[in-house]
Write a protein that binds this ligand. Structure first.
Ligand SMILES: [Fe+2]
Ligand SMILES: [Fe+2]
Length: 218
């Protein structure tokens, strides 16, 4: 039987291979992004941050393992902080968020919310979604840099990205701890696959709507 540490290392490589085309699709659209309104992209970031915060908060009381429960609690708070940082950037761009309501009906978040087991939640949320967020945020930062929005780059570099990396590393460690049987490891792998299929489709739909694919994540 594969040790769980070796399994998670192998799953990292598998996940990175699936992530590569999604991240590349965002990067290739950077060239055509010069005319893109940065407010539309910041609003995508805002929606992601609040939805991930709500997701982690929803999972917290229904997750039995105390270290995973605390990981979700911590994440819910971190993502709320990211929401506030992004909201401040939108305010600086003249967007009034006083009446902001989080979006509903996302197929990605509907899938995530219904995941019943701890292994599935770690695999989909911390391990995969946070990796996707980190990677696509790097592309978004390049977009902001190219547009001369140094302050948005700074908040991502100094605050948001270190948190997303920490969430991802926590997901790696927790998966190594809890995905120990062949059955749990098969479930983790299938969850990574499904999550990225849905994320790819969701991002493609948003990109088509906005005309640019360098969308930030959570
Ligand atoms: Fe995160
Ligand atoms: Fe975040």
């Amino acid at each position: 039987m594969t040790t769980s540490a070796a399994f998670v290392d192998e799953l990292e490589a598998y996940k990175d291979a699936l992530l590569a085309p999604i991240v590349a699709a965002g990067a290739t659209s950077l060239d055509g992004a010069a005319t893109q309104d940065p407010r539309a992209l910041l609003q995508v970031a805002l929606a992601n941050e609040i939805q991930v915060s709500e997701l982690a908060a929803a999972w917290m009381p229904t997750t039995r393992e105390i270290d995973v429960k605390l990981a979700f609690a911590r994440q819910a708070g971190d993502e709320a902080g990211h929401f506030q940082l992004v909201a401040e950037r939108l305010a600086a761009h003249g967007v009034d968020l006083a009446a902001y309501a989080p979006p509903t009906g996302s197929p990605l978040f509907a899938y995530l919310r219904d995941l019943p087991s701890t292994v599935e939640r770690i695999a989909a949320g911390l391990f995969t979604l946070e990796s996707l967020a980190y990677a696509v945020n790097e592309t978004f930062m390049a977009f902001c840099e190219a547009r001369g929005d140094a302050e948005t780059v700074r908040i991502y570099r100094d605050y948001i990205q270190p948190d997303e990396r920490a969430h991802q590393l926590l997901g790696h460690a927790l998966l190594a701890k809890y995905a120990v049987t062949p059955e749990q490891q098969a479930v983790a792998r299938a969850t990574v696959t499904r999550l990225l299929e849905i994320a790819q489709a969701t991002r493609a739909a948003t990109a088509a709507k906005l005309g640019v694919a360098c969308l930030p994540g959570c």
